[in-house]
Design a protein around this ligand. Structure first.
Ligand SMILES: [Fe+2]
Length: 304
């Protein structure tokens, strides 16, 4: 699937307004994508503020997005998750409660829910059918944001459920590619696969060279300032992991070698438990308190 041709024709004459919101704690970039011809907008990959040491959730970052939409009198039609993030908690339900809109993710969320439902020993009350979301996207699906048509592209590899969203001349790549000097996302989480990721990236790079690409993360490699926007042409020419015609085998060797040395993201354990529930918390226990679990050696297994 991830090596299939692009199943739609992007409208490069459509130029959506794209407003980035950078989260310093997790190096995540959330976006408001606004229809230039109406008040409609979508929010992509929003972030909750979570202090793991104290267990406290706050909403400063999400409130900035809510205020921006509200102050401009815009209508939020969609909340999009490009995938189940392992580095931050989604703010989608919090934003949806205030602004409305439908919450969408790739249909293979079911695979992710099945995998992590087992890891966290969730009971039968945890549905693994994606029903916590309003819409499950398949490859080549489309949806409307005001007068704009958005298209979905299935791009697994980083996780089994990643989707790239193409809206006019803008593509939101989630965790497939990073900026050209950052390379690509890791592929070693459960259900990830470097070879699959390479094929998904080739799909993204087969879009028009002038297609604008918006990253989900940037870590400012080599001390440069944070950036989030590039183009397919720039990625083809300069991406340090896949540019210059890097072969699939070269990429897989590099990616697996690199991933074997990466530490787990600081918030992976809370993030997975919340994000597999579409940003919801587990049910409260009989004392009224909500808890998150820590699976001892359950996520990666003991190192030998
Ligand atoms: Fe990710």
């Amino acid at each position: 699937m991830s090596d299939q041709p692009i199943p739609f024709s992007p409208d490069l004459t459509l130029v959506p307004e794209v407003l980035p919101f950078f989260d310093e704690q997790t190096n995540t970039i959330s976006y408001i994508v606004k229809d230039p011809h109406s008040d409609a907008c979508a929010v992509i990959d929003s972030v909750l503020d979570f202090d793991y040491a104290s267990g406290q959730i706050t909403y400063d970052g999400a409130d900035r997005i809510v205020s921006h939409v509200r102050d401009n009198g815009w209508t939020l039609e969609w909340l999009i998750e490009t995938h189940v993030h392992a580095d931050h908690l989604s703010a989608a339900p919090y934003i949806k409660a205030q602004l409305g809109g439908q919450l969408g993710i790739g249909e293979h969320i079911r695979t992710v829910q099945d995998t992590f439902g087992k890891v966290f020993n969730e009971g039968t009350a945890f549905q693994r059918d994606g029903s916590q979301f309003d819409r499950l996207f398949r490859d080549g699906d489309s949806y409307s944001i005001g007068s704009m048509t958005a298209h979905t592209l299935f791009t697994p590899g980083h996780t089994p459920a990643d989707m790239v969203h193409v809206i006019g001349n803008a593509a939101f790549v989630g965790d497939t590619l990073f900026m050209p000097d950052g390379g690509s996302a890791r592929a070693d989480f459960p259900g990830g696969d470097a070879r699959t990721l390479y094929r998904s990236i080739q799909r993204v790079l087969s879009l028009s060279s002038e297609m604008r690409l918006f990253m989900c993360h940037d870590y400012g490699p080599n001390g440069r300032n944070i950036q989030w926007e590039t183009t397919v042409g720039e990625q083809r020419a300069h991406n340090i992991h896949v540019g210059h015609g890097t072969s699939e085998d070269e990429f897989v060797r590099m990616r697996e070698e690199r991933d074997s040395k990466l530490a787990m993201p600081k918030l992976i354990i809370p993030s997975l438990q919340v994000n597999m529930r579409a940003g919801g918390l587990p049910p409260a226990e009989d004392n009224g308190q909500t808890y998150l679990k820590v699976p001892i050696n359950g996520l990666v297994g003991p190192k030998d």
